[in-house]
Design a protein. Structure first.
Length: 407
């Protein structure tokens, strides 16, 4: 670390959880409901439960590493300590940044496209204004920027809660139809469940971003692991309730055919167009972009502070206590990517990049545990956790590569 001004520990557990929910519960879930229903049918709620367990294995690995190594640029640091390669660690960190840049740029473009449904705007001007605004919020201060992101996250979660609330009457039929939602004890019945879980898994990606604000978390060794698990638990509860309400109200075929299943679900009960749900989707998109900018800037900061990138990136402004140069570099890069507008193939590759990172992080924890199985004062998890996480992540990587080569 440098002897210069450090990042300020402003993030309490509630703020950290809202930050985690903001990057995990995004606009993707608004479409994913229909996709999971298409392959899993009435077993879709079980698919989300299975997916939460699969994601939870890697989340547990991140939680232990957050206790052992509570620093920014988490994934890069974990790989450096676990696999002993500074160059590979830097590559992993840059991959995390790249995934964040592409994701943020794609979300900014998505925001502009979505905004056209409400008002006619100039694409280039809107992209510039929105990106600069997001960069300014990220540079403002970690507490301030996360408060803004948290308020938008509350709107996002409120949108899901609104859909669940208006469809609460559907749960009355669950007692008569519960057998439709429980798979039989044979592999044929569990096939659709696992197929749905593969899709649902992507609804949980995002929790890993939390480790990159480790140096701004109060009581980090307690709050960061707790924040990871609370984020995963709240996301799972929301997804399962939402999916159950959806398949109790509409048939899986109807959900699969819908371009906006949650909006259609809302309209089914309220009887009017779901403008509120569409507006919330708009907030969800832009919130994801903001959080990715914050995350990528912290990775640059962490790599700079470890000497793996120019140390100037670790410079912290004395008033904002944020890495201004790293934030400016990220904001400019997002703006360039967003203006290029040719992100479809890159956006598809971000999930593959993140899954490779998951596999490397799990492997790194396993190596660290072999060398130091019971560090003093640190709660650890069983050896099988990183092994299972590596196998699950590797299986997803293979699946993604098959899809890439087949397309």
């Amino acid at each position: 670390m440098t002897d210069q001004i450090r990042l300020k520990r402003n993030l309490s557990l509630p703020l950290l959880v809202l930050y985690g929910l903001g990057t995990t519960i995004g606009a993707g879930i608004y479409a994913l409901i229909g996709e999971v229903a298409a392959v899993a049918g009435y077993l879709a709620p079980i698919s989300f439960l299975v997916a939460s367990f699969m994601a939870g294995i890697t989340a547990t690995a991140f939680a232990e590493l957050a206790r052992r190594l509570p620093r920014a640029a988490g994934e890069a640091l974990y790989v450096r300590e676990g696999l002993g390669s500074v160059h590979f660690s830097t590559l992993i960190g840059l991959c995390v940044v790249f995934a964040g840049l592409v994701s943020s740029a794609a979300l900014v473009n998505g925001f502009v496209g979505y905004l056209h449904e409400f008002v006619a705007v100039d694409r280039v001007l809107t992209i510039v204004l929105v990106t600069v605004l997001l960069g300014g919020i990220a540079a403002w201060g970690i507490a301030e920027s996360v408060v803004v992101a948290s308020l938008v996250t509350l709107v996002e979660v409120g949108g899901l809660a609104l859909v669940i609330a208006v469809s609460h009457g559907s749960f009355a039929g669950l007692s008569d139809r519960w057998s439709e939602f429980i798979p039989a004890m044979d592999m044929l019945s569990w096939g659709p469940v696992f197929a749905g879980a593969v899709l649902a898994f992507y609804a949980y990606i995002g929790f890993e971003d939390m480790v990159n604000v480790a140096e701004e978390v109060v009581d980090v060794r307690r709050n960061l692991p707790a924040g990871i698990f609370l984020t995963l638990g709240i996301s799972t509860l929301a997804y399962v309730l939402l999916m159950t309400a959806a398949v109790l109200t509409m048939t899986p075929a109807e959900l699969a055919d819908s371009e906006a299943p949650l909006a259609d679900l809302y309209q089914y009960y309220v009887g009017e167009k779901a403008q509120a749900i569409s507006a919330i989707g708009l907030f969800a998109i832009i919130n994801g972009a903001l959080i990715q900018i914050i995350m990528a800037a912290r990775v640059f900061y962490g790599l700079g502070s470890m000497g793996q990138l120019p140390t100037v990136l670790s410079t912290v402004h004395p008033r904002t206590r944020t890495p201004l140069l790293a934030t400016a570099l990220v904001t400019f890069s997002v703006l360039v990517f967003a203006l290029l507008g040719t992100l479809a193939s890159l956006a598809k590759l971000t999930s593959l990049v993140m899954l490779v990172i998951f596999a490397c992080v799990n492997l790194s924890l396993w190596m660290i545990k072999l060398r130091d199985p019971h560090p003093e004062g640190i709660r650890v998890f069983p050896f099988w956790v990183p092994i299972a996480g590596f196998l699950i992540s590797a299986a997803f990587v293979i699946r993604e590569l098959i899809i890439v080569f087949d397309s």
